[in-house]
Write a protein that binds this ligand. Sequence first.
Ligand SMILES: Cc1ncc(COP(=O)(O)O)c(C=O)c1O
Length: 429
Amino acid sequence: MRKCFSFDPEYINMNHGSYGSLPIPVAKALEPYYALAEGNPDLFHRFTSIDLIRDVRKRMAEFVGVAHADEVVFVPNASHGLNTILRSFIWEAEDIICSCSTSYNSISRTAQFISDLPPHPTHAIFTINFPTSHTEILQNWRSFLRSLNTTRAQAVGDLGRRSKIVAIVDSIISVPGALLPWEEMVKICKEEDVWSVIDAAHSVGQEQNLNLVEADPDFWVTNCHKWLFAKRGCGLLYVPMRNQHIIRASFPTSHAYLSPKDRQGPNFVEQFEWNGTIDFVPYISASCALDFREWLGGEEVINTYCHRIALEGGKRLAQILGTEIIDEHQGFQFTLNMVNVAVPFPPTMSSDAEIDMAFRKKLLIKKNIYPAFFYHNGKWWMRCSSQIWSQVEDFEVLGELVLIACKEIIAEFGDGSNLVENETKGDTE
Ligand SMILES: Cc1ncc(COP(=O)(O)O)c(C=O)c1O
């Protein structure tokens, strides 16, 4: 399968999760569309691309289990889609915008930014610390939303009505790469009268049998350029009809925008068809990616393989390093195609970002291999992505190189024990 990709022969790609990887057959399938775009840019942008993208939207709607194709539109990426949603709400001071401690950083920063702007809604953060279990997360989630509801009840007096709570939930967290029980979390949101915004950047192509009608989130955004194999710059935004009035305008604003007072019907899809000139071929590429996936044998074949290698490779890596997989005591309930293995550092090791930079230099630049390193709940971990080209041997190569890199990093940065000693001394003085 490596032959289907343009990777440098010296590079072992263990980080598909960050940027995605474009298969050569998908790239080739896009050539005729680029020929059309450049052959007659006027015709392509005024007619052809709009018709083509309409068809791809229909296909993608079916793929993610959406009843009406006009409930999904393309956006350049998940950040764009999530910002479009979060900045569309008309915020009031009594409102609460809620993210998780494990939310993708730029998305929790978006929540903070919204809270920093007048009228300063509160930014509340739900803590998820691994190791944990789906059951524990769901229990804590309910208690957390109930506590926000108590706060909201106290604010009713000033406002004269209930304020809103908007919760951002990952379907699959970025780091640790972990599947959350997001459908149950959405149900709890409904029970607690909380808007659910699902960051599903890692979902399509990794999470099988998506059925958004059944899961029924208020908003959902995925990247097609990660696990689906579309060209970078292809995200999908799902807004059910009942919530389309919240998204008054696309960002940037489109020629098709109508003032809500002038609307005779929906004005959602038209706005996202053209709201600034970009390369529209990545949107079309979602369909070519689906063709490629069907040729490979379909979703189950692809994901069964990737999941098996994630588990077998992760276990082998943990064995080489003498460490553990983050959810090995919870039956691997968080693991799909990304596996999180502990880095063999002493528990005193610093959380400094310089450590990640040192791994980047030692592994990515010098050895052409790189998993995503991250510090979580007092420990360094690495997230390894498994894809159709991955083999257990890749994890073995990584393991040997990580062992060497860790020794060098401890020699360069220390193992943190000095720091702990100093802290202890400081306490006693
Ligand atoms: C959970 C999550 N949300 C959002 C994003 C942002 O994706 P993009 O940079 O394509 O907008 C990522 C990217 O890795 C992610 O992992």
